[in-house]
Design a protein around this ligand. Structure first.
Ligand SMILES: NC(=O)c1ccc[n+]([C@@H]2O[C@H](COP(=O)([O-])OP(=O)(O)OC[C@H]3O[C@@H](n4cnc5c(N)ncnc54)[C@H](OP(=O)(O)O)[C@@H]3O)[C@@H](O)[C@H]2O)c1
Length: 338
């Protein structure tokens, strides 16, 4: 039975099939195939979500390429975060019911699909204040930025933060979190539009990371003493330079890195600075719970407010995967809208 197209979900459910983007082998974006596959069944502790939007993350492309530490068994549906409506719950599920608006993390992928089964502990209520597309850009960017800034770097009010790569999903989340915690924030982007967005979401200073001398200008703008904290989204390009713009006891959180880099550790000796690796998957249950409480409160207060750059259809998968890695000029989060 082959069923394609939006608006056929009742028919799809009848035949227990759904549309999903699957890969059968690791490789380029053309390997993403839109197919009909069985709707997943729910285990006792699982929630079946009817997906309205699925977040697209750089990690999805690393997995698609086969260039990631934890690779799924093939064929696999990619996608690690979704927002939608609860369709069905397992017998042991207490916190959700059919019809609830939710967002969810998928530790085992599976989000690029009309339905996905999620562990209850990774599913959170989605406030009416946010759209489903915004909900699908909440977990990975905001929980990662919180982990980098609060859990790992212990940011304090009044400290000065550089968000290196502030125009993308994690960068915008970092700016919003840091401003809510009372920091002074400088952010970088690679285009005028990106810089305008970074300013709009709350950064006090904005610089273009494609302009010569921008880091010196950034240090001058904050009074010449360097940054207390740096959130680094492209460490293979910037880590060496980051170490030259630190204040005493500074912390550099390495969030994104796509290769090797040469650094002079002497800069760290002079400032007694630290470089801290950040991995969202490393969060403990307690840390995740604390992060969720802050982010859910931030949504209600209004300072957690994801920016969506573009919504793609599932048919535009190859273009979406090209854009998330190769497009210059991020302006927030890329999502699939189902
Ligand atoms: N460690 C973890 O657990 C974890 C979790 C989530 C994400 N990540 C990683 O974090 C990184 C950011 O993720 P994302 O979802 O925010 O991606 P994204 O939305 O594609 O954003 C990428 C950001 O990098 C910026 N950038 C490009 N060239 C740069 C340069 N030379 N210097 C500084 N910034 C530059 C882009 O700015 P312009 O486009 O304006 O130039 C944009 O702001 C990715 O590498 C991702 O894999 C890691």
């Amino acid at each position: 039975m082959v069923v394609y197209g939006k608006g056929l979900s009742n028919l799809s459910k009848l035949h227990k099939v759904m549309r999903a983007l699957r890969i059968h082998k690791f490789g380029g974006p053309d390997n993403l195939k839109l197919e009909n596959v069985p709707i997943p069944s729910v285990g006792d502790s699982e929630v079946l979500v009817c997906v309205n939007a699925a977040g697209i993350n750089p990690v999805d492309t690393y997995i698609r390429e086969g260039a990631y530490a934890a690779l799924p068994k093939l064929p696999a549906i990619l996608g690690r975060e979704v927002a939608g409506i609860v369709e069905e719950v397992g017998e042991g599920v207490k916190s959700m019911k059919k019809g609830d608006r939710v967002f969810a993390l998928l530790t085992e992928n599976g989000g690029y699909a009309e339905y996905v089964a999620c562990e209850e502990e990774n599913v959170y209520p989605l406030s009416e204040k946010l759209t489903f597309s915004q909900g699908s850009g909440l977990y990975i960017p905001y929980f990662t930025a919180y982990r980098a800034l609060v859990t790992k770097c212990h940011i304090k009010p009044g400290e000065i933060l550089l968000v290196h790569g502030a125009s993308g999903a994690v960068g915008i989340a970092a700016v919003q979190i840091a401003k809510a915690y009372g920091l002074i924030v400088a952010g970088t982007a690679g285009t005028i539009e990106g810089m305008e967005l970074v300013k709009k979401v709350g950064a006090d200073h904005v610089f273009n990371h494609r302009e010569k001398g921008y880091l010196n200008n950034a240090v001058a703008a904050i009074g010449g003493h360097g940054f207390n904290v740096v959130l680094e989204n492209l460490a293979n390009i910037n880590l060496g330079a980051d170490l030259t713009v630190l204040n005493q006891q500074a912390r550099v959180a390495v969030v994104g890195c796509r290769g090797t880099v040469e650094v002079n550790p002497r800069s760290l000796m002079l400032t007694e600075g630290s470089i801290i690796g950040v991995m969202l998957a490393g969060a403990t249950k307690e840390e995740t719970q604390e992060t969720a409480e802050v982010i859910l409160k931030g949504i209600e207060s209004g300072w957690v407010n994801p920016v969506i750059a573009r919504e793609y259809t599932l048919d535009e998968a190859a273009e979406a995967h090209h854009d998330i890695i190769h497009n210059i000029g991020a302006r927030g989060k890329l999502v699939f809208k189902l």
